[in-house]
Design a protein around this ligand. Structure first.
Ligand SMILES: [Zn+2]
Length: 269
């Protein structure tokens, strides 16, 4: 019996060694092949795509915001009224920040991207989204001293592990060269989610929620700041952040978001 087992054990060992060698060689070759041939996947639907970003189909569903738009709020206009014509919203309800720009309208594909980044740890989406934002916000970034992402309360950051606005800001820093200074603005009060609240409820929910600590105010004073967030809805959150930065004597605060809610193209007044 021993005589029967011994050769088969030897054979098994030899086969195993040969297989391991094969796997090693194949693994290296496969890895090399993957390195040069693995197609990039569409960030929205995961289909293979040429180059980076989204596939042609998802790209066609994203609505990139292009001029003409309100020079203050970035809300798209249906026709070009000429430079410096503001939207009704900018005149009726001027925000604390100077200008806002968004890469895309907040619609289905944009929502998929935002939710994947925010809730599914898809930090791999941030570079493409950040590049689109850097393009949409190039006139804001041209004169900016620093980028500040809208901060999460530390308890929420702890649960979510990272701040999606911070991930976008890092990508914009790489694309634009403007320095990220996320540590200068803090969320000092935990706030309810803004979803489902009215405009005035949103404003009071975030009032006093953000602060530049006294020992960091000198680093903000006289500086042009671009606030970074994922989505702009009523603008209450970025407005509260802008107020905190202006209290610390920032020279100007602009806002750059990935997507903004647009009711429909508006005529200028
Ligand atoms: Zn796609």
């Amino acid at each position: 019996m021993d005589a029967g087992i011994a050769p088969s054990r030897t054979l098994r060992t030899q086969v195993r060694a040969a297989l391991a060698a094969c796997r090693g060689a194949f693994g290296q070759a496969a890895k090399f092949a993957l390195d040069i041939a693995l197609p990039t996947l569409c960030v929205a639907c995961r289909e293979p795509v040429d180059g980076e970003g989204v596939c042609a189909e998802c790209w066609s569903k994203l609505s990139f915001i292009e001029p003409p738009y309100c020079p203050r709020l970035g809300i798209p206009f249906v026709y070009d009224p000429g430079p410096e014509m503001l939207s009704m919203e900018a005149i009726a309800n001027p925000p604390a920040y100077q200008r806002a720009r968004a890469a895309v309208r907040y619609d289905e594909v944009a929502r998929t991207l935002v939710h994947s980044l925010k809730y599914q740890d898809r930090t791999d989406l941030a570079p493409a989204m950040g590049r689109w934002m850097a393009r949409a916000g190039r006139e804001l970034l041209a004169g900016a001293d620093m980028l500040i992402p809208v901060p999460l309360h530390w308890r929420r950051a702890w649960h979510r592990r990272y701040n999606q606005s911070g991930a976008l800001a890092r990508a914009i820093e790489r694309a634009s060269g403007v320095r990220l200074r996320g540590e200068l603005l803090q969320r000092v009060r935990r706030t309810e989610q803004q979803v489902g609240l009215s405009r005035s409820q949103r404003a009071s929910n975030v009032q006093g929620a953000f602060k530049v600590s006294v020992d960091r105010q000198a680093e903000i004073a006289g500086k042009r700041v671009v606030l970074i967030d994922d989505v702009l809805t009523s603008g209450a959150t970025v407005d509260a952040c802008a107020r905190a930065l202006l209290r610390a004597r920032a020279a100007q605060v602009d806002v750059l978001v990935f997507a903004r809610v647009v009711d429909g193209p508006k005529p200028p007044i």
